[in-house]
Design a protein around this ligand. Structure first.
Ligand SMILES: [Zn+2]
Length: 117
């Protein structure tokens, strides 16, 4: 379950950012995750529920995840196309010489915090 490692890293960053901002608690966190990261949404929820307990600031934080479809560009004809995890060939010319543009991101898009004041 690499989701546990992923969520653990996200919570670490969130906790650090929240502390630097003087937050008293984290309300919600928005993530953007590419389909190519092969993350299971249910496992993500589970990992989040378990691991957020480790940080007093994050105990009540909710997680929202936007899953991003992969897209690639063809190096032979320049076509940009969306695809699923398994079909990476260029639909225009059939070339397998393609480079992934989106689909591997694991970004924290935004987070909502309450400050301690
Ligand atoms: Zn092509």
């Amino acid at each position: 379950m690499h989701e546990l490692g992923l969520v653990s890293g996200i919570l670490e960053t969130v906790g650090k950012t929240a502390r630097e901002a003087g937050a008293s608690r984290v309300v919600s966190v928005s993530l953007r995750i590419g389909d190519m990261a092969e993350v299971n949404p249910e496992t993500m929820e589970f990992a989040w529920d378990v691991l957020r307990e480790d940080d007093p600031l994050c105990v009540e934080a909710t997680m929202e995840v936007a899953y991003v479809h992969p897209s690639s560009v063809c190096l032979d004809c320049g076509e940009e196309f969306e695809h699923d995890r398994f079909h990476l060939r260029c639909p225009a010319c059939g070339s397998a010489d393609t480079v992934l543009i989106t689909g591997r991101e694991m970004d924290i898009v935004s987070m909502e915090i309450e400050d301690g004041a």
